[in-house]
Design a protein around this ligand. Sequence first.
Ligand code: SAM
Ligand code: SF4
Length: 460
Amino acid sequence: MQLITNCSFLENELLDAARLFKNRPQTITHSYSEKGGVFYNTFDIDGETFSFEDRGQVLNELDYKRLERRFAKLRLYEILSQKYGEKMPWGALTGIRPTKLAYTELERGKAFIPLFEQMHVCQENIALVQTVLQTQKGLYEKRDGNTDLFVSLPFCPTKCAYCSFITAPIEKTRHFLDEYVTCLEKEILSANDYIGNLRSMYIGGGTPFALDTPYLQKVLAALAPIKEKYNPQVEYTVEAGRPDVFSEDKLRLLKEYGVTRICINPQTFSDETLRLIGRKHTVADFYRAYEMSEKYDFLVNIDLIAGLEGESAEQFANGVTQAIQTGADNITVHCLSLKSGAKLKEETSYIENDRISDMVGLSRKLLLESGYLPYYMYRQKYQAGNNENVGWTKPNKACIYNIDVMEETADNLAVGANAISKRVKTAQGLITRFATQKDIPTYMSNIDSIIEKKRKFFTE
Ligand SMILES: C[S@@+](CC[C@H](N)C(=O)[O-])C[C@H]1O[C@@H](n2cnc3c(N)ncnc32)[C@H](O)[C@@H]1O
Ligand code: SF4
């Protein structure tokens, strides 16, 4: 597909809107202009011309830019939706988190539903956003200085076929661990001087439990003074991860250091699918890990993926039911998203939108009926069926870290390789980012300058 536009800054928006559709015109020619608060968009597609004039309330430069993008994308979406007879669950919304958009409208003293309806978001998704906002009441907090701390452990037992996260196979990288953990200790020690209002701590991956117990202990011990100093009762998650690396001594260690929440991720309840996605564990391993964890009384999160190879909607729904039956506090339903770097992306293109949409529909129904509430959600590029990832929670068990990260309401002080720190300046409406090197040896060899730059980033 070729897009010709007189307006280069609308190019990505228009491409995103066009890419929502399986069928696309060969060439889209677009022109844009604005005069006196009226936004003019014209499209030439397959010999037909479509012209639009839109008006919107412009209070400042930011509004102006927002409306330019919104109208161009919306109008192209409408043309293509009509032409190909296809509607998307999130309509013309692309590139923005729906809940963030809803909060932005509310902050401007407006209801968000009219905007979502204008963008052709389906009623079920509007209701989903409403419920997420409701569940976040009392937890959503936009205040400068609120901080979440993230520790990156990008190591895994093996690479799963669908995954594009940058992680290193533990067997090949064990020799890095001494130095890597020393770098983390240094970063954490430095951060101890300048953390704001600590809302949560999160050790994520990769697979943190891929580390041998002594290394895990070093990381937990380095974090202990921060927890003590800033918030002894802090919500503290370890994304322990894959059931095949669970052990009693690791779980005991987490309890000793005050961890409150862990992730035990089956992804699917089918051994055949687990084999196909190269996860190297079984459903029985998941139950073993779950039972092993029970006596430590952590809040537990379970990750599932909709759209894995060969699974029918019924099979997936069966997995959701099994996840619910475990009694997990949080269940996160991801929709398969194949990005470059994932082995499956290179091998297949088997995702059918209808199948995934059925899975999403069934998971919502089953979780709602069982008393779970959606508490955060986000969409990704290349997400199967243009759907979304939703975190579900039992009442009053929601994870603050996930809410803060998805709504971008708090600073994220992230340490380790490929860690992306964020600073949120509410008054200016600004979010700035500081990313460390993805490659572990490069990260380690730059550690001193990273520490200095990060200190500046958070204190200036
Ligand atoms: C950073 S991973 C860490 C979890 C841990 N390593 C594990 O696999 O159990 C977080 C979650 O992202 C989800 N995920 C990873 N790759 C995905 C993909 N390509 N599409 C959808 N979800 C994905 C999985 O559900 C995974 O549990
Ligand atoms: S899904 Fe988890 S275990 Fe699998 S490769 Fe990705 S981060 Fe590692």
